[in-house]
Design a protein around this ligand. Structure first.
Ligand code: HEM
Length: 508
């Protein structure tokens, strides 16, 4: 065959285009960077069980803002910057709002929990319901419950300051219990509180991706509890019992009382009223959602708020100079003859900045709540296959030195400008509450509860380091728990009324 030069030229250009397209496609769809793993197990042994967010942050300095690890071939992607999280979870929320399916979640019987649920029609209905009752307007209806339980906390702290951890857990749990189910309780050992704490602990330990080997090796669920990787089975029966009790007990009691028209008005009774016009299957489904949403709000709200309040006690113990400034502001705005109220909030910018810094400094849910993408995607040239688990490193975002200079220092001033909350930094702390379509619906209520508790405690108490047997001041070490959420633990502080008037206010 006679090949003309133009034919050869055309063929060469064609081949070049094909080669270019292939190379370009490969470059465009290159795999995400991350630490080298071992055969089969991948990075299993490189992911620390203790506070993995620090390791992920360190890896991001080597591999870039998006880091991939693999465990038994399953990719987990960690997004370490606000930009990456916003680009995916907010701008591409249509494909990044699903949650991973988890064997532990089903072993615990927690599939009903909205926070861990897939992006499904039931989730949408649940979300609409929670949103409706927790808008900025709606939450003003709950202020009396927040105030009453804050006052209970002040009185418990005055009577037994060493028990501050127990009392905070109780007061926050009691606030949510009253709001959701209308139960006003005085017993810190109340079974509803205990099952909520137990269920929260189960979710915290079991639902952080990479934390439980059984997620990657499902046969471990059939092994005896002494078998490596199967020790979770020792705790499983108690965990399951707590989850079941959390879901059903309080709800069934309220429902029975509501049917007999003797229930105290509460979120649950209002939701039951709203669906009472439905019938048959429709009513059954709606009632199930009311039950599950009620339990979810109770448990999600109590544990997170408790954690931030522990951070507050630690920060005040370590920083008397910050506490002094807050005392001065409270004395000036509230005065010594009454306790702070919600109407003082706009006039207490320093206290508001302390609340924000507590939320930032020890980021409660350091690795957010994991997502999976429902479609293949390409981001900044990296291929993210459908079904990849993605975790937003909220700790890294809220400790980014470019945004929060000296990120490990507790400094409320970073949120202030000319003595007022700085609108430029004010909203940055919102990353603690998640992103896009799964953003925390309780963020306004959570921050309001934190404000009233923190303002009230500061108004009447001095929180100081405790002293040892020789009378020397002992500054606590910062020790954090590890799991889906975190908070400072194992520290002591001395909590005393600031003045005699303060003592009277607490007793009043
Ligand atoms: C300081 C307090 C709180 C913090 C730091 C916090 C943080 C978070 C975070 C990080 C998420 C996951 C968001 C995402 O996937 O992007 C979340 C979800 C959620 N939070 Fe909160 N939360 C707090 C308080 C509350 C309160 C008081 C309530 C209840 C009134 C609540 C109810 C929920 C619910 C129902 C979800 C699931 C949302 C969904 O998956 O669609 N949270 N929260």
């Amino acid at each position: 065959m006679d090949l003309s030069p133009s034919l050869i030229l055309t063929a060469c250009i064609g081949v070049l285009i094909i080669v270019y397209t292939c190379i370009n496609d490969q470059v465009r769809r290159r795999a995400l960077p991350g630490p080298e793993g071992w055969p089969i197990v991948g990075n299993l042994f490189a992911i620390p069980r203790d506070r993995p967010w620090n390791t992920y942050l360190a890896w991001s300095q080597t591999y870039g803002p998006i880091v991939q690890v693999k465990v038994f071939g399953k990719p987990i992607v960690i997004l370490n910057t606000a930009k990456a999280v916003s680009d995916l979870f907010e701008s591409r929320s249509a494909i990044y709002s699903d949650r991973p399916k988890s064997l532990m979640v089903s072993l615990l019987g927690l599939e009903w929990s909205m926070i861990l649920m897939g992006y499904s029609p039931v989730w949408r209905k649940s979300r609409r319901l929670v949103h409706m009752h927790f808008t900025e307007d709606a939450i003003s209806n709950y202020e009396h419950i927040q105030l009453q339980n804050t006052r209970k906390l002040l009185s418990l702290l005055a009577q037994d300051p060493e028990g501050f951890v127990r009392h905070t857990r109780f007061a926050v749990g009691a606030t949510l219990l009253e709001l959701v189910y209308g139960s006003s309780i005085n017993d810190p050992e109340h079974p509803y509180l205990k099952c909520s704490e137990g269920a929260a602990q189960a979710a915290i330990e079991a639902s952080l991706p990479g934390n439980m080997t059984v997620e990657f090796l499902p046969f471990l669920r059939y092994m005896p509890s002494w078998f490596p990787g199967a020790t979770f089975k020792r705790k499983l029966p108690q965990w399951r019992a707590n989850v079941l009790a959390l879901r059903n007990n309080a709800f069934e009691e309220v429902k029975a009382a509501w049917r007999q028209e003797r229930a105290r008005s509460s979120l649950t009774t209002r939701m039951l009223d709203d669906i009472s016009g439905l019938s048959g299957e429709e009513h059954k489904e709606a009632e199930g959602i009311v039950r599950d949403v009620s339990a979810m709000i109770y448990v999600a709200g109590a544990d997170t708020t408790f954690s931030v309040l522990q951070t507050f006690f630690l920060a005040m113990t370590l920083h008397p100079e910050i506490q002094k400034k807050a005392h001065e502001e409270l004395d000036q705005v509230v005065g010594s003859r009454r306790l702070p109220g919600f109407t003082d909030r706009d006039y207490l910018p320093y206290v508001a900045a302390i609340v924000k810094e507590c939320i930032r400094w020890v980021t409660v849910i350091p690795l957010g709540v994991a997502r999976i993408n429902s479609e293949d995607d390409v981001y900044e040239g990296y291929h993210i296959p459908k079904g990849t688990i993605l975790m937003p490193n909220q700790w890294a975002i809220l400790h980014d030195p470019a945004v929060f200079p000296e990120p490990n220092v507790f400094k409320p001033e970073r949120f202030l400008k000319d003595g007022q909350l700085d609108p430029r930094t004010n909203d940055l702390v919102e990353a603690a509450f998640g992103f896009g379509r799964r953003l925390c619906p309780g963020k306004h209520f959570g921050q309001a509860t934190l404000f009233i508790n923190i303002a009230s405690i500061l108004h009447v108490f001095d929180v100081a380091p405790s002293t040892n047997a020789s009378g020397e001041v002992v500054y606590p070490e910062i020790k954090l728990t590890s799991g889906l959420s975190t908070y400072p633990t194992d520290f002591q502080c001395a909590i005393r009324p600031r003045t005699q008037l303060a003592e009277q206010l607490i007793a009043s």
